[in-house]
Design a binder for this molecule. Structure first.
Ligand SMILES: CC(C)(COP(=O)(O)OP(=O)(O)OC[C@H]1O[C@@H](n2cnc3c(N)ncnc32)[C@H](O)[C@@H]1OP(=O)(O)O)[C@@H](O)C(=O)NCCC(=O)NCCS
Length: 96
């Protein structure tokens, strides 16, 4: 149905989360539940102090997902992957 991945970010106690779900299973809260669960584990059992997510500024469903799981908009930046599009970063350090 989908995947949620966690990678180390800039420092040893910061993680970046990424996710992609099959649209056939969208709109039911499955991505919300999966992302929320991985954030809880990352900030709890796995010992990270902070989890962030980066997404294109016009990726509405992804931005809504970040907000739904309680992340806060913390930065605007230009993508570093050569596409030259604006990205936003959402961050959380709270276990919900
Ligand atoms: C980002 C992505 C995972 C979001 O998928 P999604 O289907 O919106 O997420 P969910 O399955 O959590 O569904 C949320 C919707 O279900 C609704 N919903 C229904 N039951 C729900 C429940 N029990 N809990 C939460 N939401 C529920 C929500 O209200 C929301 O609908 P709305 O947007 O109309 O308000 C998906 O669009 C995707 O894979 N995009 C491509 C990959 C991508 O862009 N990744 C991010 C780049 S890093």
């Amino acid at each position: 149905m989908g995947e949620v991945g966690l990678t180390w970010a800039d420092s040893h106690d910061a993680a970046e989360i990424g996710y992609v779900f099959n649209p056939a299973y969208g709109g039911r809260g499955l991505a919300t539940e999966a992302v929320s669960g991985v954030i809880s584990a990352a900030l709890g059992a796995w010992g990270f102090a902070q989890v962030s997510a980066r997404t294109d500024v016009d990726n509405r469903t992804s931005r809504l997902l970040c907000e739904r799981v309680g992340m806060t908009l913390t930065a605007h930046s230009l993508s570093t992957d050569g596409r030259n599009v604006e990205e936003v970063t959402y961050t959380t350090s709270d276990v919900r």
